[in-house]
Design a protein. Structure first.
Length: 408
């Protein structure tokens, strides 16, 4: 019997080499210094060009006609909602397992987020749950490509068309992902992305919206620039806020974006190694394999833990043991969105017109979400950048914990 590391034994994953993140590369320094020395730090200043360049390169990489960079991923969703025509009191379907911004953006724009279930085999919005939850008040869907795994747009797009809904792809996790050869973010009215520090394109903060619709792009550009066209002086044609991305961040993000394709290639290679090994371990359930996914970006990699197959230790106890072995895994989000205090009737009621029908979220029971809450194991995308074969230290550590589960 080998003593588990949590009990003082040697670490099974001591050779796991995960690079630091984010990375300040020489190109990052060069581009930021160029912007700094230009003394043109705001995108609307004559001669400022880093945000423009970033938008062009991001649009090219994602095969999108238009891209508008903004200050963070949350306001990217807000901008997309407003440009899509969301009005106060409108109902928007959102997945109940994701980062809060997907749903809070709806509420902050005066809409009512309605939570639907997710598929535990993909962590993505469940099309059947979407169908079941559409009402006469539903005007749109904000779906998430969770972790970078594309949601099933083959199932979702016919629903959108049938009911005349807008469709926003929250692709905060999915820089570079593709479905049937088409980059995510280009299936809906808008795709939104985040560049917060933990993301695979990291700018500290930052976001972008993409669209192939010229009219929507013009509307989004107005919204992001205090209601005026870029370069139009002080003529404002709508009431809006300032969502603009600074030039310094545009420079940094351009450098970070340019290394994304090579990094995603490495992540994909390591994911293949990891999945092949994990599938040999009874009680570990990897994401559903889907040939329609033709390219993968990443923010996190998820798999599920079966406590019974491991002899009984709870998921949280298993995680403690796994972390002690040297694997930086977590359980993900601590609450389903419908249990967050922020989505109480009192909180939502303060954001929408009087008389708006507000769901009682605390009574929701969504089985897919609740299965994930009890079984999810999450790795950062940085784990998929592990050096050489060291990624295999992860399944090796899991096997060690399983063999010695009676020590927990």
């Amino acid at each position: 019997m080998t003593k588990l590391a949590i009990n003082g034994g040697p670490k099974a994953a001591s050779d796991l080499e995960i690079p630091r993140w984010p990375q300040c590369t020489e190109k990052s320094k060069e581009y930021v210094m160029d912007s700094l020395e230009s003394e043109k730090w705001c995108r609307i200043i004559d001669g400022a060009d880093w945000v423009d360049r970033f938008e062009e390169e991001f649009a090219d990489l994602h095969d999108a006609e238009h891209a508008i960079a903004v200050s963070n991923g949350t306001v990217a969703i807000e901008l997309a909602l407003r440009a899509s025509g969301l009005e106060p009191g409108d109902e928007v379907l959102v997945p109940a397992y994701t980062f809060i911004a997907t749903a809070s953006a709806v509420a902050c724009m005066g809409g009512v987020p309605k939570f639907v279930d997710v598929d535990p085999d993909t962590f993505n919005i469940d099309p059947e749950s979407v169908r079941e939850n559409i009402t006469e008040d539903t005007v749109g869907i904000v779906g998430v490509h969770f972790g970078g795994y594309p949601m099933d747009v083959d199932e979702l797009l016919p629903i959108v068309e049938e009911h005349g809904l807008f469709f926003i792809e929250d692709a905060a996790h999915a820089q570079g992902s593709a479905w049937r050869g088409q980059k995510v973010g280009t299936f809906g009215d808008f795709g939104t992305f985040s560049f917060q520090q933990s993301k695979s394109v990291a700018g500290g903060e930052g976001g972008i919206v993409v669209t192939d619709d010229e009219v929507l792009a013009e509307e989004a550009s107005l919204v992001h620039n205090i209601g005026r066209p870029v370069g139009a002086g002080y003529k404002h044609t709508m009431l809006s806020s300032n969502y603009r991305l600074p030039e310094l961040q545009g420079a940094l993000l351009t450098a970070q974006l340019e290394k994304l394709p090579a990094e995603n290639e490495r992540r994909q290679e390591n994911e293949r190694r990891l999945v092949e090994a994990l599938e040999e371990i009874e009680g570990i359930h990897t994401l559903r394999e889907d040939d329609r996914i033709t390219d993968r970006g990443y923010c996190v990699y998820n798999f599920r833990y079966d406590a019974e197959a491991f002899g009984g230790p709870s998921r949280d106890r298993f995680l403690e043991a796994l972390r002690a072995e040297g694997v930086p895994a977590s359980s993900g989000y601590g609450l389903p969105l419908y249990k967050q205090p922020a989505f109480s009737r009192a909180q939502l009621g303060s954001m929408v017109p009087p008389g708006t029908d507000i769901p009682v979220n605390r009574h929701l029971h969504l089985p897919g979400v609740e299965e994930i809450m009890e079984t999810n194991i999450r790795l950062s995308h940085t784990a998929l950048l592990a050096e050489d074969e060291s990624i295999l230290a992860i399944p090796r550590a899991i096997e060690k914990v399983k063999r010695n589960a009676d020590q927990l």
